[in-house]
Design a protein around this ligand. Sequence first.
Ligand SMILES: NC(=O)c1ccc[n+]([C@@H]2O[C@H](COP(=O)([O-])OP(=O)(O)OC[C@H]3O[C@@H](n4cnc5c(N)ncnc54)[C@H](O)[C@@H]3O)[C@@H](O)[C@H]2O)c1
Length: 421
Amino acid sequence: MEKVCVLGLGYIGLPTALLFATHNTKVVGVDINSDVVNSLKKGIPHFEEKGLPELLKEALDKKTFETSTEVVEADVFIICVQTPLDKEYHVADLEFVVLGCEMIIPYLKKGNMVIIESTISPGSSENLFRKTLEKSGLKAGKDFYLVHTPERAIPGNTIYEMINNHRIIGGLTKEGTEKARKLYEKFVPKNKIHCTDAKTAEIVKLMENTYRDLNIALANEFAIMSEELGIDVWETIKYANFHPRVDILKPGPGVGGHCIAIDPWFLVETTLNAQLIQMARSINDSMPYYTLRLTKQILGSEIEFPMITILGVAYKGNVDDTRETPALKYIHLAEKYGMQIKIHDPLCKEFDGGELLPLEEAVKDSDCIVVITDHDVFKELDPAKIAKLVKQKNVLDTRNVLDHEKWRKEGFKIKILGDNK
Ligand SMILES: NC(=O)c1ccc[n+]([C@@H]2O[C@H](COP(=O)([O-])OP(=O)(O)OC[C@H]3O[C@@H](n4cnc5c(N)ncnc54)[C@H](O)[C@@H]3O)[C@@H](O)[C@H]2O)c1
């Protein structure tokens, strides 16, 4: 049985490792975080994802999945570590991938394949990771294969999408690409695998997320415009999207997550001509400021230290992931303006920007409830109960997610971002 060593057991690495382990492959999952490894040894995934506990159980029962903090000898090494943004220079921080390559070097043998699934900047497979791995004395393309296959699965539906999404595979050589194609055919349908070169595969992923970032920036610009024009952006976007070739995304308080808010910068760093991309980034990054401006308009200037309740700090609805969340920027800005912040997010377990409170505590004495995340559970909130706890019945819904009629019936004044009709 082929043996795969997966480095990085996060949102992408763990489901990938388990899909191989449940498809006729022996897998050793490696993570430098011993808490992750220990939790998985006990059969407990360290984050929420649909179907993940069952998949872990299946792999452990089959005895095809082990975890370790150390790399082991294998036929294939798959790197799924984080690639954050270097916030000072706005470039990809690839040090975790480089470390992954260095950890593989002592175990790399002739005929092995190294696959990078992490999102990386254009040309880095050839110019950085190849060179790092060749410190082993082995030559890429001759002694071992180096391949990039970007991951595009969405948190919340990762396992389904890892199997059913189209997969782009690009190796430094055709032989490597072909070998990787055969490997992924273990769980991805043949007709959904597309083979190309490494640089193209790197850029495909970045283009996809840049496209979405630009589309959201456009929706945000439409929202701000709608406030000025006295119309409802949600209604206009709905009607515009009836056009068979139009698909405008939703406006909101900013863009977060590990991909869309970051990946466009990986393209910007490689070219001098990415002005549109930078403009979109700047529009989306300005949305927390705009949300704060709307909050101040709602509150007026009477209250000295208003109490703001934040509903949702996950970067998007129905996930527990707060990475790059616009909530953090909004909270920092609001605090600078003397606002007191109380936070409720029933899905998140931890958050850097403040204590997560039960709903009743978070809304107590509130002057304004600001909805940052479109969790479905917020649709079910009982405004009658909340009305008894708040100081002022103000709501700013930046995601148009609440059942507004229900809230209005209880005397709440509702402001929806982008709706000034
Ligand atoms: N999360 C997503 O939705 C998503 C979607 C598509 C692509 N991606 C990309 O996939 C990559 C992984 O993202 P993620 O969300 O799974 O990250 P993550 O932060 O959830 O997980 C990364 C894991 O790698 C471990 N790690 C770091 N360096 C290591 C090393 N050298 N050896 C072993 N383990 C190491 C960390 O401890 C962590 O557990 C990133 O490049 C990301 O941009 C993520």
